[in-house]
Design a protein around this ligand. Structure first.
Ligand code: PMT
Length: 411
C-alpha cells in the first residue's frame, strides 16, 4: 500500500542537541515511506552529526548557511518553506523554541521558520530542568497557540544523567504525529477530480503541428495540490517536459480530440467525478486534413494553404448538464487584453461553475512560474462576482484554488 507520505515534501530542521543523532534514523524512516526529505542542520546540530551523514541519508544537499553564496542554496530561507508540506523541528532545543517564539531570524533555521506560513511539528528535546523552566513552557505555549503541533518530549533517563521529561519522542511517535497531521489535513478524501493541463499539438504532417506555449506548470500544480488534500486525481496532459506529479494518474495525449476522449472516459468511470478543472490550453482549431507524408518545399509554386476546422470544446462539453456532470466544473480564461470583460463573456458561454481568468502574453501566464488570477463565480442571486488574488507562484495559486474547492464541498 502507498504510504500517506509518498507524495510529501518534508523539511526537517535539526538543531543542536544530543538527540540530533536520532534524526538520522528519522530521515531514513521518512525516506522509506517515499517522502522527499530536505534538511537544515544548525551550527549546533552540526556539533553532533555531520552534514555528510544527513545528505547521504536524505539524498539531498544539506542546508546550513543563511548567507551561502552557492547557487542552489540562495534564497533558501524562502524556497525551502515554500516547497514544504510540513516543517518538522526535531530535535527542537530550548534555544530553538525561544527563537521561534520570539521571531528571531539569526540563522537559516530560524529565518526559514519566520518566513514560513507552513504547518510546523515540533519535537522538543533538552534537559528536564530546561524543559520545565517557565521561559521554555511559555515559549512552547506561544508556539502551540499559533498553531504548531507538538510531539513529546517523553520522560526517562536523559543524556545528562538526570531523570525526567525532556527526551526526544520515540521515532514511532514522531512518525505517527506526521501521519496524523496528513490524515487530518486531507479534506478532499473520497473526491474524484479531473485536471487538464499543457498544450495540445494539432498535426499538419508527420513532423509539423499547430501548438502553443503552455508548459503545464499551472495544471500540474493544481493536480498536485488536489492530491495533497486527499483527492483521487486524473491528469490529462498535452506534451510538456514536466514529470508526472506524484500520486496522480496521468494520461498523456497530443490533440484536442484525444484530450476530449480521455476526459470523457475518465468522467464515465465510477464513482462520478466531483471536480473537473480545465487548465489546458486547447487549440481552438486544427488543420482540416493531416498529410501522411512530410509536406515538401518546391512541390507547388505557392506555399501550401492551411484550412482549419474547429476542435471540440472540452470545458463546454464537460459543463453540459447530465448525470456525468461533475459537481464543480472550473475553467480558465487566457486573455491578452480586457481580461475581466472577456473572461466574463467566456464564463457565460462555457457553462462552467467557476472561471479563473489570467493575463497571458509576452512573459506573462504561459511558461512562467508565477501567475495572477481573477476568480469569477456567480453569487446566489445570479450576479457575477470577481475576486482578484495577489500575484503568486503557480503552486500557491493551486493551493488557494484547492482551499476554495474544500470550502465549496464543506458548504
Ligand atoms: O501551462 P502554463 O505554462 O503553466 O500556463 C498556464 C495557462 C496560462 C495555460 C493556464 O493558466 C490557462 O489559462 N489555461 C487555459 C488556456 C486557454 O486555452 O484558455 P482559453 O481562454 O482559450 O480557453 C478557455 C477555457 O476553455 C479553458 O479552460 C480551456 O482549457 C478550455 N478549452 C478551450 C478550447 C477548447 N477547444 N476546449 C477547452 O476545453
Amino acid at each position: 500500500m502507498t504510504s500517506a507520505l509518498a507524495s510529501r515534501t518534508l523539511l526537517l530542521i535539526i538543531s543542536g542537541g544530543i538527540a540530533a543523532y536520532k534524526s538520522l534514523d528519522l530521515i531514513r524512516r521518512l525516506k522509506e515511506e517515499g517522502a522527499e526529505v530536505r534538511c537544515i542542520l544548525t551550527e549546533g546540530g552540526a556539533q553532533f552529526i555531520t552534514p555528510l551523514s544527513v545528505s547521504a541519508l536524505s539524498g539531498q544537499s544539506v542546508f546550513t548557511d543563511l548567507f551561502s553564496d552557492q547557487e542552489e542554496q540562495r534564497l533558501a530561507h524562502i524556497r525551502l518553506s515554500r516547497e514544504a508540506d510540513l516543517i518538522i523541528v526535531a530535535p527542537a532545543t530550548a534555544n530553538m523554541l525561544a527563537k521561534m517564539a520570539h521571531g528571531l531570524a539569526d540563522n537559516l533555521a530560524s529565518a526559514v521558520l519566520l518566513a514560513s506560513n507552513k504547518p510546523i511539528l515540533i519535537a522538543p528535546a533538552m534537559n528536564n530542568i530546561m524543559w520545565q523552566h517557565p521561559a521554555t513552557q511559555a515559549n512552547i505555549a506561544t508556539l502551540r497557540a499559533r498553531g504548531a503541533y507538538q510531539v513529546g518530549p517523553s520522560s526517562g533517563m536523559l543524556a545528562c544523567g538526570e531523570q525526567g521529561a525532556g527526551r526526544l519522542a520515540e521515532l514511532d511517535d514522531i512518525l505517527a504525529a506526521i501521519h496524523n497531521f496528513f490524515s487530518k489535513n486531507k479534506p478532499l478524501t473520497g473526491r474524484r477530480a479531473l485536471v487538464t493541463s499543457g498544450p495540445t499539438f494539432e498535426p499538419i504532417d508527420p513532423v509539423r503541428f499547430l501548438g502553443n506555449r503552455s508548459s503545464g506548470k499551472q495544471g500540474h500544480a493544481i493536480a498536485s495540490a488536489l492530491v495533497t488534500m486527499g483527492a483521487e486525481v486524473t491528469l490529462v496532459t498535452g506534451p510538456t517536459s514536466l514529470p508526472a506529479p506524484n500520486g496522480v494518474t496521468t494520461i498523456s495525449i497530443e490533440t484536442a480530440q484525444d484530450m476530449l476522449q480521455a476526459c470523457q472516459s475518465c468522467a464515465a468511470q465510477m464513482p462520478p467525478l466531483d471536480i473537473a478543472i480545465c487548465a489546458a490550453a486547447v487549440a481552438d482549431w486544427r488543420p482540416e486534413t493531416t498529410s501522411t507524408s512530410k509536406l515538401k518545399k518546391g512541390e507547388s509554386t505557392s506555399p501550401p494553404a492551411l484550412t482549419l476546422t474547429e476542435n471540440p470544446d472540452i470545458l463546454a462539453t464537460i459543463s453540459q448538464p447530465g448525470t456525468l456532470r461533475p459537481k464543480l466544473v472550473i475553467g480558465f480564461a487566457a486573455e491578452t487584453d480586457h481580461v475581466t470583460e472577456n473572461a466574463q463573456a467566456k464564463f457565460t458561454r462555457k457553462g462552467c461553475d467557476w472561471l479563473l481568468a489570467n493575463l497571458v502574453g509576452a512573459n506573462k501566464g504561459f511558461g512562467q512560474d508565477n501567475n495572477q488570477i481573477t476568480l469569477i463565480k456567480r453569487a446566489p442571486d445570479g450576479a457575477m462576482t470577481n475576486d482578484t488574488w495577489p500575484a503568486a507562484s503557480k503552486h500557491e495559486i493551486a493551493e488557494t484554488l484547492a482551499t476554495h474547492i474544500v470550502h465549496f464541498f464543506e458548504g
